[in-house]
Design a protein around this ligand. Structure first.
Ligand code: ADP
Length: 336
């Protein structure tokens, strides 16, 4: 069983508190992604789970056992890093076998394990090759195989795909999702890329400045962000946040909110009208198209309104620049 619990974890580097009283439960068998801007404390959190760094205070439990001070090798956790950390002079076979060192497994059993894992990650034909003869994706698979061969309860992956090109990264994401399904092991995955987080995780932990902003499923994060940081971190382009500037909109009054402050909406929820067709219920905002970015099927418009600039993502055929347009945001898609 690979449940991980972090209770009241803080971490100081010299005087600086980089993790602040963090509480988190990572469910057994989940694919949990820690995501947040660079420097927010993701790697430090992973390293404390793995035992590579000690927390300054608090307790870590793996499978119900308190592991404070337990060295990495004794934690039933395997790590995969972005720089692979393969041994350049060893063959693929020996790199994978290295994961079994100190385990006193008889040679025959060891070979069966290695062959099985090589098959799973698609390396059977490359066992005699050295890492330098492999592509980036193949090297990453060797690193995965070396971690997998230990059959750990928990896999820890620190930005494992960031050295790969976009296409390969996409392919490896799918492979990792399938691998997770197949193994049923807990995966704890770190990335700064919210798209990667949303596409891979069944549980996502958004961090900022050493503090968890929200921990939830991708759907929950998208529909019910806990705060402004979480709202703007998830989604491309980011959620629009504009000041009310004293406007009156009925649903706000109905909820007893004061009509000052800010409201938000996602660019894909704003319906663009080209001067006509103003049927739908919702908040209407007019403005001028300032820029258009084409994504192929979709376009992203920046629109300057009296509330400020906002973005709209739409499948509509290209509209003219400098056109005045009106958008309708259905009331149920407004955040405030
Ligand atoms: P992330 O993985 O989210 O990019 P890190 O966990 O690597 O962030 O770093 C969190 C903070 O801790 C950063 O401000 C970083 O500079 C600092 N930090 C990380 N490792 C060390 C270290 N060994 N010594 C001093 N400061 C560190």
């Amino acid at each position: 069983m690979g449940q991980i619990e972090l209770k009241g974890i803080s971490k100081f580097f010299k005087q600086e508190e980089v993790i602040k009283d963090l509480d988190l439960t990572i469910k057994d068998g989940s694919f949990t992604v820690l995501v947040g801007p660079s420097g927010c404390g993701k790697s430090t959190t992973l390293r404390m789970i793995a035992g590579l760094d000690d927390q300054s205070s608090g307790d870590i439990f793996i499978d119900g056992k308190r592991v404070n001070g337990v060295p990495p090798g004794m934690r039933d956790v395997a790590m995969v890093f972005q720089n692979y950390a393969l041994y350049p002079t060893m063959s693929v076979h020996n790199n994978i076998e290295f994961g079994l060192i100190n385990r006193k497994i008889p040679k025959k059993e060891r070979e069966t394990l290695i062959a099985d894992i090589a098959e799973i990650v698609g390396l059977s034909d490359y066992m005699k090759k050295k890492p330098e003869m492999l592509s980036g994706g193949q090297r990453q698979r060797v690193a995965l195989a070396r971690a997998m061969v230990k059959k750990p309860e928990v896999f820890i992956l620190d930005e494992p795909l960031s050295n790969l090109d976009a296409k390969l990264r996409h392919q490896m994401r799918t492979e990792l999702i399938q691998l997770h399904k197949r193994l049923g092991t807990t995966f704890v995955y770190v990335t700064h890329d919210q798209v990667e987080a949303m596409s891979m995780g069944d549980e996502i932990v958004i961090m900022n400045k050493g503090v968890i902003q929200q921990a939830a499923s991708p759907i929950e994060l998208y529909h019910n962000p806990a705060n402004r940081f979480a709202a703007q971190f998830i989604g491309t382009p980011a959620m629009n946040i504009l000041p009310y500037k004293g406007i009156h909109f009925p649903s706000l009054s109905a909820k007893g909110k004061e009509e000052i402050g800010h409201f938000g909406f996602r660019p894909e929820h704003a319906q663009l009208h080209d001067g006509y067709d103003l049927k739908g219920e919702g908040l209407r905002i007019s403005g001028e198209i300032v820029t258009r970015e084409s994504l192929g099927a979709e376009s992203i418009y920046q629109i300057q309104s009296s509330f400020g600039m906002f973005s709209v993502k739409t499948f509509l055929t290209p509209l003219m620049m400098n056109n005045m347009v009106t958008v309708t945001i259905p009331y149920e898609q407004l955040y405030y």
